[in-house]
Design a protein around this ligand. Structure first.
Ligand code: ADP
Length: 159
């Protein structure tokens, strides 16, 4: 069985993330969306909330949600994953993602990193952009799954 991991902070999940997750599910037998909890980023949602938001948007039973606060490759070894799937929005993503892919390969040679180009309409989309639009009272419904629009407004809308 070929298992892929889609790691990230998902604070919160966007249509850009979901597109990559679903495309990965079409290529692998199982996809684990891994909410990394060791990020230095200041998050709007707790890890448990981010996992709950992801669960609300996932319809396929090939896709699981989990969390980990250690080294990604250790998690990959633990579940015997074949690949790490990452979305690339622009050249600006590439430098960092390429470094990550090389260090992961060096730490665990059995793992491959697969890069998927973002869909044109998601190129500008990030969790931080969604939070900012929400804070300024803009319409976030084109950018996030409809199941979680209200959850994001409740947390991020400005006063
Ligand atoms: P962000 O970069 O928005 O904080 P994450 O750290 O949660 O997001 O990213 C997890 C993965 O999803 C990364 O591989 C990232 O490149 C990818 N990703 C994020 N936003 C998009 C998007 N709009 N389209 C495609 N892939 C994306």
């Amino acid at each position: 069985m070929k298992i892929a991991i889609c790691p990230g902070s998902f604070d919160p999940v966007t249509l850009g993330h979901l597109d990559i997750i679903e495309r990965a599910a079409a290529m692998f037998d199982e996809v684990v969306v891994l909410v990394m909890s060791n990020s230095s980023k200041n998050s709007a949602f707790s890890v448990e909330e981010r996992m709950m938001l992801l669960q609300k948007c996932i319809t396929s039973d090939k896709i699981k949600v989990d969390t980990y606060n250690g080294l990604l490759v250790e998690y990959a070894k633990k579940i015997d994953a074949t690949a790490i799937v990452k979305g690339l929005r622009a050249v600006s993503d590439f430098d960092y993602e390429f470094q990550q892919a090389l260090i992961n390969k060096s730490l665990y040679p059995k793992i491959e990193t697969v890069f998927m180009p973002a869909m044109g309409e998601n190129m500008f989309l990030s969790s931080s952009m969604v939070k900012e639009v929400c804070r300024l009272d803009g319409d976030i419904s084109p950018y996030v799954p409809k199941q979680i629009v209200d959850d994001i407004y409740l947390r991020c809308k400005g006063d």
